[in-house]
Design a protein around this ligand. Structure first.
Ligand code: FEO
Length: 398
């Protein structure tokens, strides 16, 4: 892959990697990926958009060098600082230490920590326009897509948006332009998987960004990975308005999810009593009893149900000093933001120690739920235990 002119003086200088199989430890990249970067020649000097991964810096620098002398580069625009884009910045600055890096305040702080030496900087602020070389570069916040330091750049004269990771995907494509792509099925599969894994934990931010992008007059979306959008821009951006609902459904008023396991029936009795009381109070209760045999089949439904629920209740006995391991499987499959604005609590019966409830409570707090104090029972409830349990249920209804 060599450089490609996208529009007069605007070039693709990224690196396509067909061999990558795994990204960020846990994300499969069955279509490979690309680390996209761009170069704009202006009458006053050269502007580069995006760095590259450290591993691909040689090719990145070669692509830039095929178009310009490094000393002519005036600006490097950085949309965010994850190292798959910032890893090669050090090498670029070694070629020309006078380059001014344009990025959000948060990104510049991160770059201080990445580079560990001084560099020229310009803070990009939402709505600000930087004029250079006959071009107007307008900054559009892309906060939490998927890092907190994301700042898109809209190149007004090119009707082009440098969109960081948004609207891209892990899909290695040597012809670069979406208009040249024929593997529609693979591309859409990669696009949706990418959304789910990268943008999915922040669906409201993705929606806001899509609304901003749809308001722009665009010929190109210059993505961070995968094909450059030179067509179907409204279609791809619009998908960000609705796709979140598919992977991360909105809350259904009055819905409560109860997931429980029970070795000898004590925790089952608690779960059923809670479910009955909540149902009587008008809640829609989704009740799941899990065990080693049915869990794999139930997991997708449980995750969806938790997304849709105002409150999630987990009931586990204590086995060998902890909750049933199956709980941690689905609790670790939820994004860490899932509990924001929702309630949760843990309950469970135990024989000789009782760590399940406090341990599940810790995880629920990590998921940012508003966690109500849990309820522990030791074997059968005595009168005092029954009263305490009634109090627990009242708290859940409160
Ligand atoms: Fe492609 Fe967030 O890095």
């Amino acid at each position: 892959m060599k450089v490609m002119e996208l529009s007069k003086d605007l070039y693709y200088v990224g690196v396509v990697d067909h061999a990558l199989k795994v990204f960020d430890v846990a994300i499969l990249t069955k279509y490979g990926t690309s680390y996209n970067s761009y170069l704009l020649k202006t009458k006053d000097g050269v502007v580069v958009f995006e760095g590259s991964k450290e591993k691909t810096e040689k090719e990145y620098l070669e692509h830039i060098a095929s178009l310009t002398d490094f000393k002519d580069i005036k600006y490097l625009f950085v949309t965010h600082t994850e190292p798959d884009h910032s890893g090669a910045i050090k090498a670029l600055l070694e070629k020309n230490p006078d380059i001014t890096i344009v990025a959000s305040q948060g990104a510049l702080i991160n770059l201080d920590h990445i580079l560990r030496h001084d560099f020229k900087k310009h803070v990009a602020r939402e709505g600000e326009v930087l004029e250079f070389g006959g071009y107007h570069f307008r900054f559009v916040s892309g906060i939490m897509l998927h890092w907190p330091d994301v700042m898109f750049t809209y190149i007004e004269e090119k009707k082009a948006l440098v969109s960081c990771d948004a609207f891209g995907c892990h899909y290695a494509f040597d012809d670069i332009l979406l208009s040249k792509l024929t593997d529609e099925e693979g591309y859409i599969d990669a696009f949706r998987y990418y959304y789910e894994k990268i943008m999915g934990p922040f669906p409201s931010y993705a929606k806001k960004a899509a609304e901003k992008v749809l308001a722009l007059d665009l010929d190109f979306v210059l993505t961070g990975h995968g094909p450059v959008l030179d067509c179907r821009i409204k279609e791809r951006a619009s998908e960000y308005l609705t796709i979140g609902e598919k992977f991360f459904p909105s809350v259904v008023k009055g819905q409560v999810t109860i997931v429980y396991g029970s070795a000898y029936g004590y925790t089952r009795d608690l779960a059923k009593t809670i479910a009955e009381a909540l149902s009587k109070a008008g809640k829609t209760v989704k009740l799941y009893e899990i065990d080693a045999l049915n869990y794999a089949d139930l997991k997708p439904e449980i995750l969806t149900s938790i997304y849709k629920s105002e409150m999630t209740l987990l009931g586990s006995p204590t086995i060998a000093g902890d909750a049933i391991g199956l709980f941690y499987d689905f609790l670790c499959a939820l994004p860490s933001t899932v509990g924001t604005g929702r309630k949760a609590s843990a309950f469970g019966d135990y024989g000789w120690s009782g760590e399940a409830v406090p341990n599940l409570t810790v995880r629920l707090k990590q998921l940012h739920f508003n966690v109500l104090e849990g309820f522990k029972a030791n074997f059968a409830l005595d009168e005092a235990g029954k009263k305490a349990f009634e109090g627990y249920i009242s708290t859940l209804l409160g």
